[in-house]
Design a protein around this ligand. Structure first.
Ligand code: IMP
Length: 416
């Protein structure tokens, strides 16, 4: 059996939660491969709201086993808090012993560095994601498996602070108190030891015994550390290739790739966003789409669907089918724009260059519509909405197989 994959194709917040939520019911395993508690979505089941940041969406399906893969950076404090929303999840969630620990000092470093950068700040979530991945890559990080030996881990972390003292002094970050650190790590061990294991073996076994495995991406393609709008990106691999390294799955074990995109575009944090709309339409999209961050509450920057960035994302991820979310948010607009090309350094281009700084969008305009909200069959969509979708398919070179017309699970169109 091969693992199916869901990835975000824009700058995150594409509405992956809704798709993962209803697909999760069909899978035996739901796995996260990257990112940390910078991600977030809310799922409503039987009128009860659940906020998920690190825990995979399969937790709401009692039959599914959930995996937090080695590519994730895990904040034990936030993970423990998140688990408190659920009754008994022992045996239903496992954390890779190779995932990296994100500890409170990582958030302090993140926030201090952002402050020092002034107007060059990335606009991070402030959760410590960059510093935790930085420690991993520079080989001074600590892994979840080390939590099982809190005394040794405490000593190692105190040593880390000693070696990096000049840097921490400059950032005005104090070393933890050794006794308090040991207490904190011991508490994490007690709470988490039953969940820590070699998840790579679990995933291999699942695939070999024909279990259905769903891999859930976090953030979006344009935030990918290599292929996104660097340096205004997150610190992990967000594209489908990250699923291989972040879980330990070989490339030929990846099955269907479903790419999630909104019918328009948003981004939180700083960095270039060629199709951003600074006028009334951008404001309309923010209001109608409730575009405020789940993790930080920040208003999202809003703009038009960027077909150039989408083609790039579809190629990078090997997308089989696109799920187009929030079509109904465009209801009521007279004209709908799509970015179909860029002006870059005096030339017109149809690909994503190494930087999007200074890039100007070239738009194609479409007739707007009203009344797509809640529609469940493609044929019943307003004529202009159908034309918009068919034009998008041509522009991006991929089939739009799922269309979402409201936050409700049932208001979803499936096309063959
Ligand atoms: P970090 O991941 O907190 O380091 O933030 C880096 C960039 O990624 C910032 O622009 C964040 O706003 C953005 N980002 C991180 N996680 C998400 C997400 O889940 N959705 C949307 N943007 C995100």
């Amino acid at each position: 059996m091969k693992a199916d994959l869901i990835v975000g194709l824009q700058w995150g917040d594409e509405g992956k939660g809704k798709i993962v939520d209803f697909l999760a019911k069909e899978y035996d395993f739901v796995c996260r491969f990257g990112g940390g508690h910078n991600a977030g979505h809310t799922i409503v089941v039987d009128n009860k709201k659940y906020a998920l940041h690190l825990v995979p969406s399969g937790i709401l399906n009692e039959k599914a086993i959930n995996i937090v893969g080695n590519g994730v950076v895990l904040s034990p404090k936030d993970f423990i808090k998140e688990l408190e929303q659920f009754d008994n999840v022992k045996g239903r969630i496992y954390i890779s012993d190779k995932a990296h620990l994100l500890l409170p000092y990582h958030a302090k470093i993140d926030q201090a560095k952002e402050r020092l950068k002034g107007d060059k700040a990335i606009g991070t979530t402030g959760k410590g994601i960059g510093p935790a991945y930085g420690d991993k890559i520079t080989r001074v990080g600590h892994r979840v498996g080390e939590l099982l030996h809190p005394k040794k881990l405490t000593k190692d972390i105190m040593e880390y602070f000693k070696i990096q003292k000049p840097i921490f002094d400059a950032l005005q970050i104090e070393a933890p108190n050794e006794k308090e650190l040991l207490e904190e790590l011991t508490f994490y061990k007690e709470k988490l030891q039953d969940y820590i294991t070699d998840t790579t073996l679990l995933v291999w076994e699942a695939l070999e015994s024909s279990k259905k495995v769903l891999v859930e991406g976090a953030q979006g393609t344009m935030l990918d550390i290599d292929h996104g709008t660097y340096p205004y990106v997150t610190s992990s691999t967000t594209i489908s290739a990250g699923a291989c390294s972040g879980l330990g799955i070989a490339p030929q074990k990846i099955g269907k790739v479903i790419g999630i995109a909104k019918a328009y575009c948003t981004r939180v944090g700083n960095g270039p966003f060629p199709s951003e709309d600074f006028g009334e339409d951008g404001e309309y999209l923010r209001k109608m789409g409730h575009e405020f961050g789940t993790t930080t509450g920040r208003p999202r920057r809003c703009g038009w669907f960027d077909a150039v960035a989408m083609r790039h994302a579809i190629k990078l991820n090997g997308v089989d089918r696109v799920a187009l979310m929030k079509l109904d948010v465009l209801d009521g607009l007279k004209r709908v724009k799509v970015c179909v090309g860029y002006e870059f350094e005096g030339k017109t281009i149809d690909y994503v260059p190494y930087t999007l700084e200074g890039v100007k969008p070239i738009y194609q305009e479409f007739q707007g519509w009203d009344g797509s909200k809640g529609v469940r069959e493609f044929e019943k969509l307003p004529k202009e909405a159908k034309e918009y979708i068919q034009n998008l398919e041509e522009l991006i070179g991929a089939k739009i197989g799922i269309i979402s017309t409201s936050p409700n699970r049932e208001d979803t169109i499936f096309r063959t």
